[in-house]
Design a protein around this ligand. Structure first.
Ligand code: ADP
Ligand code: MG
Length: 368
């Protein structure tokens, strides 16, 4: 069991040109935590994980396991166990041997190995393929075997790099639940990399969102969703994603009006602005699809007209795409509503659900 701390960790690949893959990342992963690195492809997740594992030299900063610096320790010395997207199974060994191999090397006795194998075969549902060779397995099965091989070991820290990427959606959902349960059973620190925000939200105790080599925010799934620190995080979490509108701000008496293409979409009382002088003249206004209200005909006066582009009912909810003053906007609706293409509807944007971002820096502007 271990805490993992990164202090200004940096990675530069190559020379001429240098690739600054990870930029001064500092964070603290607690003992037994399920910690997820989340971000788009190329943002530096794998590099960060490989530096924690000791597979990649770090170009700057310090990594600690508990209070011990591990910068110069090999992966073996760090006692980490890993499963990667590319499963790297031994082609000549059976599934059983592939999984048991690391245990045999560690001189575990046969009884312990058998018990552990039974447990892992059950947990990852691979009992019926233990005798097979890797080439006889589907991509998804290979990935489960690779995962099994990683978790049968006893390690200070378990590291997973997109370990479910080759599974189909249904299998992935099942495996997610399994991994969560395994984490509870093993009570070990787990660090997990994914580009899939749903997977991150489902698994993580806390998430570190990365973009372009930089740490954007660390928080619980709830904090990241409800309280994103910038436009990138706000837009990356949630499906369909948060809507963003470029608005101008005009003062009218005690209110600041948010203007989208000459129409007022909402009004903020001046007392809610943190610093009126510094509040920019233009803002990016964000609102989640589920927070936009479709108003009935009686209070159409303050509402904005939008035209339906496409409506999709997916059982438990509906997803509606509309055109509002030339901008495409997504809404989530009740499942039993019906909309047809071209139909005009009326929307309102409740002020308590609006997010504001500085259009230049992307930083969140909080209201009081
Ligand atoms: P992610 O896992 O988030 O997709 P990576 O950590 O693999 O991102 O990559 C981060 C950046 O570093 C990317 O720009 C990638 O092209 C670059 N990169 C990764 N590995 C190497 C390498 N061995 N040599 C040079 N550049 C690399
Ligand atoms: Mg990667």
């Amino acid at each position: 069991m271990a805490e993992v701390t990164l202090e200004n960790v940096k990675k530069i690949y190559g020379r001429n040109p240098e690739v600054l893959a990870v930029k001064d990342v500092s964070l603290h992963i607690q003992d037994r935590e399920f910690f997820v690195f989340l971000g788009p492809s190329g943002c530096g997740k794998t590099t960060t994980l490989r530096m924690i594992a000791g597979l990649e030299e770090i170009s700057g900063g310090t990594i600690y396991f508990d209070k011990k610096t591990v910068n110069d320790l090999t992966p073996q010395k760090r006692n980490v166990s890993m499963a990667f997207e590319n499963y790297a199974l031994y082609p000549t060994l059976s599934v059983w041997e592939n999984i048991a191999f690391p245990l045999k090397i560690r001189k575990w006795n046969n009884d312990t190995i058998r018990k552990k194998m039974e447990w892992v075969a059950g947990a990852l549902q691979i009992g019926d393929i233990l005798h097979k060779k890797p080439f006889e397995l589907s991509g998804g099965q290979q990935q489960r075997v690779s995962l099994a091989r990683a978790i049968v070991r006893e390690a200070e820290v378990f590291l997973f790099d997109e370990p479910l990427s080759h599974l189909d959606m249904k299998q992935r959902q099942l495996m997610r639940a399994e991994i969560k349960r395994i984490n509870k059973d093993l009570q070990n620190t787990m660090i997990y990399v994914t580009h899939d925000q749903k997977e991150a939200m489902a698994l993580a105790d806390r998430i570190a969102v990365m973009n372009d080599g930089k740490l954007q925010q660390v928080g619980t799934p709830f904090e990241i969703y409800e309280n994103p620190v910038n436009e990138f995080v706000a837009g990356f979490i949630g499906e369909p994603p948060m809507n963003f509108l470029n608005c101008q701000i005009l003062r009218l008496n005690d209110f600041f009006e948010l203007i989208l293409k000459k129409q007022v979409i909402a009004k903020i009382h001046q007392s809610r602005l943190p610093n009126q002088e510094l509040f920019p003249q233009f803002v990016r206004v964000g609102i989640r699809p589920k927070r936009i209200q479709i108003t009935n005909s009686e209070n159409k006066k303050d509402a904005l007209q939008a035209a339906v582009i496409v409506y999709e009912s997916i059982g438990e909810k509906g997803i509606l795409k509309v055109q509002l003053l030339g901008e495409p906007i997504y809404l989530i609706t009740e499942p039993n509503q019906k909309f047809s293409k071209g139909e005009n509807i009326h929307l309102s944007f409740p002020i308590q659900y609006l997010f504001f971002f500085n259009p230049e820096t992307g930083e969140r502007i909080n209201l009081k």
